[in-house]
Design a protein around this ligand. Structure first.
Ligand code: ASP
Length: 353
């Protein structure tokens, strides 16, 4: 065959390959998930004076632009839309920010083109925000709360990989229906069961009794189980018209604990009190509080195990928190009190969520 003719003769399989590559590339670009990133602050957005500073760093120093510019790899796995809620340490999270966050996430997840949401957050109270969202997000699309234990400026900082893995998880179809998740240290936890378990180690988040949902490995995001308690799209709580939530407080039990904090909280206008273990002095203070319509919920300070409802407690109108720790029981009680003050209905809520 003359050379000029040979160069024009291209087998049909090559044509097919070229067409498939173009279509495949187009499909791949289309398949990239669109993720709504909500930033609230915390160590992941904090800076220290130098690369060795792991404490006494300053919150609020890394705006969302800098967070994203620092992690160009995110562009390869997702299209990100940013919504800044705040840039504060997690001890400054409050009802207004929580409601703005939940409403913002609900608005974004209602858009068909949004696949999931990621929230940056300080780790100190992260589990409270994550559980609040678990109960108030009205979508089965994935929501992932992420933080870091080391500031943005530190050697071996954990924030960028945590954020990258959070976005991967939020963009994974298998994460649909899992409720709100917490991703740090390559591990995926359910907001219902996770707690912060160490003051400064990077492997701080644990799901003590039941273990994590899965892992963010380098090859894929893998899930091994699913939460069975009610959440997100099956939740009965609706904060869409709320601009405040009932005040609920916590008292911690110890030997010879005084009832003074309970009396002070009643005076302060508390609508519900969670106690993590008690003392003999609590009994009368609780009776006085209940006489004013305040709901009392028994949690525990041990960090694992259900609080079983005894006939004696039920007769006294005490609600038990199942295996929720006190800070998460507070989140649930605030939402329950938007519906009812009847301890029997509130016990039903604690049994289901
Ligand atoms: N102090 C920080 C906070 O909770 C701790 C952290 O983010 O790791 O905001």
């Amino acid at each position: 065959m003359p050379h000029s003719l040979r160069s024009q003769w291209v087998p049909w399989t090559v044509h097919l390959w070229v067409i498939c590559s173009i279509l495949g590339g187009w499909q791949f670009a289309e398949a990239k998930p669109r993720i709504a990133l909500f930033t609230t602050g915390g160590t992941i957005q904090s800076k220290g004076d130098d690369r060795l500073t792991l404490f006494e760093y300053r919150a609020g120093r890394v705006p969302p632009d800098e967070l994203l510019a620092d992690l160009p790899e995110l562009k390869d796995i997702a299209d990100i839309e940013v919504h800044e809620i705040s840039n504060v340490g997690s001890n400054q999270m409050d009802t207004q920010k929580l409601l703005a966050l939940a409403k913002g996430i609900n608005g974004e997840l209602a858009r068909e083109e949004i696949s999931g949401a990621v929230v940056t957050h300080g780790t100190g109270t992260l589990e409270e925000t994550a559980y609040f969202l678990h109960l108030t997000v009205k979508s089965s699309k994935p929501v992932v709360v992420v933080g870091a234990m080391r500031p943005f400026t530190a050697i071996s900082r954990d924030g960028p990989f945590n954020l990258y893995n959070a976005v991967r998880t939020a963009g994974t179809p298998q994460a649909n229906g899992m409720g709100v998740m917490v991703v740090l240290n390559d591990t995926i936890h359910s907001a219902r069961f996770v707690t912060k378990g160490h003051t400064y180690h990077v492997e701080t988040f644990v799901s003590r009794e039941l273990g994590p949902l899965g892992y963010v490995d380098s090859d894929q995001v893998v899930f091994y189980r699913k939460p069975l308690t009610r959440h997100t799209s099956q939740s009965e709580f609706d904060i869409s018209d709320s601009d405040s939530l009932p005040q609920v407080d916590i008292v911690y039990g110890y030997q010879e604990a005084s009832a003074a904090p309970i009396d002070a909280l009643v005076e302060d206008g508390s609508k519900g009190i969670i106690y993590a273990d008690g003392s003999p002095a609590y009994a009368n203070a609780f009776l006085a509080a209940q006489a004013k319509g305040i709901v009392i919920v028994q949690s525990d300070r041990k960090g694992a195990g259900r609080v079983v409802l005894s006939d004696r407690s039920a007769a006294k109108g005490i609600v038990t928190a199942d295996n929720l720790n006190a800070q998460k029981a507070r989140v649930l009680l605030r939402l329950a009190l938007t519906k009812t003050t009847d301890p029997r209905i509130i016990q039903r809520i604690f049994n289901e969520y």
